[in-house]
Design a protein around this ligand. Structure first.
Ligand SMILES: Cc1ncc(COP(=O)(O)O)c(C=O)c1O
Length: 326
């Protein structure tokens, strides 16, 4: 990803929800990322504690307690920008900034088709941008429009079209903001399934893709071998008969889309329950009973909620233990 982005005018601000680990974020910065994107307060704390201080918190907040934590992070040197889509969040942010004597950056979020957070139109985005510009303690930085709805489109050409359309809505809104006297310094978008399209749009200044870093079967299915898998969960074959094995590694261990076996891709996951994954092979299963197999999760971000640390390996040797959250 970093190599691809080095040839793009846009910068890379990877989303850290997919690893929640400042060591991985530091590696991304060393490879050229200009900062990171977080979804939660806990991710922001983890990054700041680990010395990663250029943070976009791409989420909407009203809670005094949560904003107090962010303000304290700014107080100890973090540069934090937060997204808004409602005047109520601006009021809460400005109050927190005033209470703690800090400044938050602000991006207005536009809904580019995902139907999650974000204002509906460029006109609404302008109203919020003008509102932010008038507040002490807030600095208007620009606009975000994450095309998350395109990631679930499996066909590459249709996904490209979806991303082009979403990116155009974002850039059109950015142009409108500029025409009304609120030129966005930051126009932020992009995920692992759309990064090439997003980075190719001259109006977009940064790409927030994150899943590429560790990968999972969901993103593997939409990137066609562009990124290597780096994360697996160790499971044990606890039953073996005929053409099937059962691994003690179900939804409590790997979350999201159907997992696959790292070294045994010929095995098809037939059933995936709370404590078990049942894998069927074309003939006699290659894994033996009692064998430890590596399971690639369907979705990294939700799988990592279940763990406290990564065991980092080189070959068969564990070379590090990296905390997930700090
Ligand atoms: C706002 C935002 N930006 C970026 C991303 C990262 O996308 P991906 O996991 O496809 O790399 C996400 C993921 O959910 C997101 O919500």
């Amino acid at each position: 990803m970093a190599a691809f982005m080095a040839h793009s005018a846009a910068t890379l601000r990877p989303h850290v929800k997919v690893h929640k680990c400042s060591r991985v974020a530091q590696m991304q910065l060393e490879a050229g990322a200009t900062g990171v994107t977080c979804a939660t307060i806990r991710e922001a704390i983890t990054m700041a504690n680990g010395g990663v201080t250029d943070l976009l918190v791409a989420n909407e907040f009203l809670s005094e307690e949560k904003l107090e934590v962010l303000a304290r992070l700014v107080g100890i040197g973090a540069d934090i920008a937060i997204t808004v889509d409602n005047p109520a969040q601006i009021v809460a942010l400005a109050a927190a900034a005033a209470r703690h004597g800090v400044v938050f950056g602000v991006l207005v979020e536009l809904d580019v088709g995902m139907g999650r957070c974000g204002v509906d139109s460029a006109v609404d985005a302008f109203e919020l941008a003008a509102n932010v510009s008038g507040q002490r303690g807030l600095t208007y930085r620009g606009i975000q429009g994450y095309e998350g709805h395109c990631m679930t489109v499996r066909t590459a050409m249709v996904r490209r079209h979806c991303a082009e359309e979403a990116n155009s809505r974002l850039v059109d809104a950015a142009d409108y903001l500029a025409s009304r006297g609120c030129p966005p310094e930051v126009v932020s978008a992009g995920g692992t399934g759309t990064y090439a399209v997003t980075a190719g749009n001259d109006g977009i200044t940064e790409v927030q893709a994150g899943s590429y870093a560790l990968m999972d079967t969901f993103h593997g299915g939409i990137t066609e071998g562009e990124f290597e898998y780096a994360l697996s969960v160790a499971g044990t074959v606890v039953s073996r008969r005929g053409r099937q094995i059962v691994i003690d590694c179900g939804l409590r261990s790997v979350d999201g889309a159907l997992p696959v076996l790292w070294d045994h891709p010929e095995g098809q996951v037939r059933f995936y329950g709370e404590e078990h994954t049942v894998v069927e092979f074309p003939g006699a299963p290659s894994p033996k009973i009692g064998q430890v197999v590596e399971v690639i999760p369907g979705y990294t971000a939700s799988t990592l909620r279940l763990y406290d640390e990564f065991l980092v390996t080189e070959g068969d040797v564990i070379t590090g233990v990296w905390p997930i959250f700090e």
